[in-house]
Design a protein. Structure first.
Length: 319
């Protein structure tokens, strides 16, 4: 039985679309249809019910899908153990939050491409909630974002905790010394989107200091825009220290001492458990190494720290 036919079966089932499966496998929709038709003929049963709007598994298709996924995992494991890295090909769809883009992503992609030159990267940069949704829909193979994903069959690995600090331009009129949250609230706040854990942290600080009503929060999906606005004196921003070390060193931004301090920003790698892939496991391990190297090159005492061993692997399997 041709494993390419099984691969087409698995991805059509996962993505509920012949076209999406064709994009994933770098082939045509007609090619996927031909593989499925041949596989159905070999097995003597229909695997999918098709209409103009949807593709759904038949009863037999549902029963056979776990076996097909298992066969593909075994193939991948055999190739990996045999050292056939150069023979691995296909597309790997990676989702990243913008903090990763501005820190260790270039190093990760360069190192990964040297190990697997025949694998094509499709990169999606977005907010963590959107990355979570895309991963659960099967449109991403792995996502680097801020929160553990508890829906579906997902494995989460904590890569690091990045230190967060309030930052501002030296020209912004703020009192000297340690600041209270009320001092921060007196200025316009440059924040990540409303669904971010950073914004939730801001609200918690405001509620504990009875200052929620006075907040002037401006929301941005672009980390680069937040940094540039903070540099101009537009307002104060809660940012990962790792992404503003150069601006701080040049004196363009100041790290503010504020009570209460911001909570560290977690960086999680999340992947769907089925179908598993040693290549994704390798990518995540490499990401952890690249992140650690990036933090070590800067100011580890300020920027953050790797995740502790006790928190490296958290698997959530909720149906």
């Amino acid at each position: 039985m041709n494993l390419r036919f099984l691969e087409a079966f698995v991805w059509v089932a996962r993505l509920s679309s012949f076209k999406a499966a064709a994009d994933k496998l770098c082939t045509t929709q007609a090619g996927i249809s031909s593989r499925i038709a041949t596989l159905e003929e070999q097995l003597g049963t229909r695997l999918f019910e098709r209409d103009r709007r949807s593709v759904t598994l038949t009863f037999d298709g549902t029963e056979l899908l776990p076996l097909a996924e298992k066969m593909l995992r075994l193939q991948s494991q055999m190739q990996s153990r045999a050292g056939q890295r150069d023979n691995l090909s296909g597309m790997l769809r990676i989702g990243v939050m913008e903090t990763v883009v501005h820190t260790w992503l270039p190093d990760l992609l360069s190192r990964f491409s040297r190990l697997h030159p025949n694998i094509t990267i499709e990169l999606h940069s977005d907010t963590s909630p959107h990355l979570r949704d895309e991963l659960l829909r099967g449109r991403l193979d792995v996502a680097f974002q801020t929160e553990l994903i508890t829906e579906g069959f997902v494995e989460n690995r904590l890569i690091a905790r990045l230190a967060m600090r309030w930052v501002a331009a030296p020209t912004l009129p703020l009192p000297p010394g340690t600041l209270r949250f009320a001092d921060i609230a007196s200025q316009p706040i440059i924040s990540f989107h409303r669904e971010s854990i950073v914004y939730r942290s801001i609200l918690q600080s405001a509620e504990s200091h009875e200052g929620k009503a006075a907040l002037r929060v401006n929301f941005f999906s672009s980390l680069a825009a937040m940094i540039e606005l903070a540099k101009t004196g537009f307002g104060v921003a809660p940012l990962p220290v790792a992404v503003v070390q150069a601006e701080v060193a040049r004196g363009e931004l100041l790290l503010l001492d504020v009570e209460p301090a911001l909570q560290p920003l977690p960086v999680c790698a999340s992947q769907r458990i089925e179908p598993g892939s040693p290549v994704i496991d390798e990518l995540i391990a490499l990401a952890e190494s690249c992140c650690n190297d990036f933090l070590a090159r800067g100011r580890p005492d300020l920027a953050g720290a790797p995740a502790s061993a006790a928190h490296l692997s958290v698997v959530t399997r909720k149906t």
